[in-house]
Write a protein that binds this ligand. Structure first.
Ligand code: ADP
Ligand code: MG
Ligand code: MG
Ligand code: MG
Ligand code: MG
Ligand code: MG
Length: 664
């Protein structure tokens, strides 16, 4: 997310008349980007991560922990009064959907292998943000913390945000039964986004997460209640909720989750395409190993990750596009939502939310076969032909198809002041559609300024987006560096490694990745060989996917790139005796031990904490006391405070001791 534009955002019924113009202009803008930058080559492997944080208030008297929505000026301070300090520490803070959220990146990207600097930089972010936070919350009675939690356990339960009477007024942006609008970033873009998704869909969004079943678990989510503030939206919930599932009804439940993303610059467009395609199946399996989301809206879930929750939380497809009946046929005629009547005859079926697994390989290399793109992927035909047939910069079919798929979506927020643009110099309309297609990977094109000679401008980048945020900087650095090593591997061995497999199997993997303890109990499609021409796969456990000598990630990807870099002779485990790379050894050990099940994922650790809590009543409910205790524990772990043995239980003795004794 770049800087937020000020201006007048249009509500969907106003903005929809501009949809086609935004798409048309967006595509022209993209063509000018291609014209400028498609031949660009030799860009270095700059890269960087994004970490998302939640500000949390601890009330030690009532023993409650809440999302802090009262100090969002922390972000303002970090971009004004504290800006010089941020630059000096090479950190940069960005807005996020939640008013309680911060996002932080390095200010200048890393170049190549930065070693422990990644973690050091992450540490600086906590220190700098913590200073601003302390200053702004000074003198208040609560205790505050900045946590890297994937989901806030009781988000959407009563008393889960720190404002006194959030229900003495209506929440007109989300109309949620559970989330007050105070959770939403104050910047007008975010409430508008929330409203426009709901308007276009013709219904509130609807999120179902399977509920963990215990002895006394009720048959259904009994927090769904009758209200008569919004005749349509309030009536939808009872119809939408279903037995056995936790029910959630607004964007904040998804966009209020925190994730870890990494972005890598490739030397040129062809390599960016190859990198994107090669990482496609790493997304589900790495997400499994990063799983950190076992609790939603005060219920234990039978699921370990946040992905499907965000996917549903921003799903603006109408019932007709989803191929289902509307919840209230009288209010959502024909299931067309708010699609303009003159376009009803052009509505197509859309199999997935705009937040989902990648849809198409990008191709453009010798290993790619079009038959690997074997799933149902609708495209915008007009965009598909314009991208291929034009006098600005014609794209090949496979690349054109990728963008033509992204362009089946409508813009979600259009700013009045911004409708007319100079397509040769702006990428605003292009980004409008591009940046609201939230997939497991993103190909990030540069701008029209990024001509070959202009090395100050970014080049072609690929973003890896499936990872859940981890509690400590140590873990977040470990996962970030792991994705870096994979990117480095693919950019090094481009001519030798064929990671293609059928897209349909990657979709299946992503679904399986959601299951509780899928790390232990589920098998995933994985390639038999990465050296041969074909795309044959077998179903393997996560342990085998990471460790198998013949086709596992450590032997086939991590070891070769470390050998290539001169860090080891044969196996990453040699790093244990290295003086320069001992920390890397522990990063890799963490991931290896989690992948083999020797160490719990964050999701398993937190679920077990609830199951063993004295006030847990075997009914899958995570009450206030448990929530408070979870957050206390997470706060200790994040601060590497092992005085209660929590860190050692979480990371194992050896890694915990190393981390505590070698703080950065
Ligand atoms: P977004 O939210 O659109 O994904 P952000 O600006 O939040 O983008 O994060 C982008 C990440 O990419 C940051 O970690 C940043 O350091 C990194 N980055 C910046 N410039 C480059 C570049 N030229 N190549 C690769 N990564 C870059
Ligand atoms: Mg960002
Ligand atoms: Mg973003
Ligand atoms: Mg973000
Ligand atoms: Mg987010
Ligand atoms: Mg990002």
């Amino acid at each position: 997310m770049g800087l937020l534009m000020l201006g007048t955002p249009l509500e969907y019924l106003e903005s929809r008349k501009h949809n086609e113009q935004v798409r048309d202009d967006g595509i022209e803008q993209l063509l000018y980007v291609f014209k400028a930058a498609s031949k660009r080559d030799g860009d270095p492997l700059y890269w960087g991560d994004e970490v998302e944080y939640m500000m949390v208030e601890f009330d030690d008297f009532s023993k409650n922990a809440t999302l802090d929505v009262r100090h969002d000026e922390v972000l303002t301070a970090l971009n004004t009064d504290d800006y010089a300090l941020c630059v000096a520490h090479n950190v940069h803070f960005h807005p996020e959907y939640g008013r309680f959220m911060l996002e932080a990146t390095p200010n200048a990207p890393f170049k190549g292998y930065p070693g422990k600097y990644v973690e050091f930089n992450m540490r600086q972010r906590r220190v700098v943000a913590g200073m601003a936070y302390d200053r702004l919350a000074k003198g208040e009675s609560g205790r505050f913390g900045i946590l890297t939690l994937a989901t806030f356990p009781r988000m959407g339960c009563p008393d889960s945000i720190n404002v006194a009477n959030p229900w003495d007024h209506k929440n007109t942006a989300s109309c949620s039964l559970f989330l007050p609008d105070e959770v939403i970033n104050r910047h007008i873009r975010f409430p508008t986004l929330t409203k426009n998704i709901r308007t276009r869909r013709g219904e509130k969004v609807c999120i179902h997460v399977p509920m963990y079943r215990d002895e006394k678990t009720p048959n259904a989510d009994d927090t769904v209640y009758r209200r008569d503030w919004f005749p349509r939206e309030d009536a939808e919930s009872e119809l939408a909720a279903k037995p056995g599932y936790i029910y959630m009804d607004s964007m904040g439940f998804g966009m209020g989750c925190s994730c870890l993303q990494t972005t890598f610059q490739a030397p040129n467009l062809d390599k960016a395409r190859y990198l994107y395609d090669s990482l496609a199946n790493f997304a589900p399996v790495l997400m499994v190993v990063s799983a950190a989301s076992p609790i939603f809206k005060g219920w234990l879930a039978d699921q370990d990750v946040r992905w499907s929750v965000i996917s549903d939380a921003v799903d603006d497809r109408t019932p007709r596009e989803r191929g289902v009946e509307p919840l209230l046929p009288k209010c959502n005629k024909g299931g067309f939502g708010a699609i303009a009547p003159e376009l009803h005859n052009r509505v197509q079926r859309i199999p997935k939310s705009r937040y989902s697994t990648v849809d198409l390989f990008l191709g453009g290399n010798k290993f790619f076969k079009r038959s690997y793109n074997d799933t149902e992927v609708p495209v915008n035909e007009k965009v598909l032909s314009r991208l291929q047939e034009n006098h600005i910069a014609p794209l090949d079919y496979d690349l054109a198809r990728h963008f033509a798929h992204l362009y089946i979506r409508d813009p979600l927020v259009i700013f009045q002041e911004n409708i007319q643009q100079d397509n040769q110099n702006s990428t605003n309309h292009f980004e409008n559609i591009q940046s609201t297609n939230w997939q497991t990977l993103r190909l990030k094109p540069p701008t029209q300024e990024s001509v070959s000679e202009n090395k100050d401008q970014p080049g072609w980048r690929v973003e890896f987006r499936p990872l859940e945020i981890q509690l400590t900087d140590f873990e977040n650095a470990a996962y970030s560096l792991f994705t870096f090593l994979l990117a480095d591997f693919f950019l090094t061995f481009t001519e030798e490694i064929n990671a293609y497999m059928p897209m349909s199997q990657i979709w299946v993997n992503m679904e399986r990745a959601h299951k509780r303890d899928s790390l232990i109990n589920t098998k995933f499609f994985w390639k038999d060989s990465f050296e041969s021409d074909g795309c044959k796969t077998s179903e393997l456990t996560i342990d085998d996917i990471f460790h198998s000598e013949s086709n596992g990630i450590f032997p086939k990807f991590i070891n070769p790139i470390l050998i290539h870099r001169g860090f080891i002779h044969k196996s990453w485990e040699e790093l244990k005796t290295s003086t320069d790379h001992l920390r890397l050894y522990y990063y890799l050990k963490l991931i290896s031990d989690r992948a083999s099940g020797k160490l719990p994922t964050t999701a398993k650790f937190l679920r077990d904490f609830v199951l063993n809590h004295p006030s847990y009543e075997r009914d899958s409910r995570v009450n206030k006391t448990i929530n408070y205790d979870i957050l206390q524990m997470c706060n200790h772990i994040s601060n590497l405070d092992d005085s209660r043995g929590e860190l050692a239980r979480f990371l194992g003795n050896e890694i915990a001791m190393y981390v505590v004794n070698s703080r950065l």
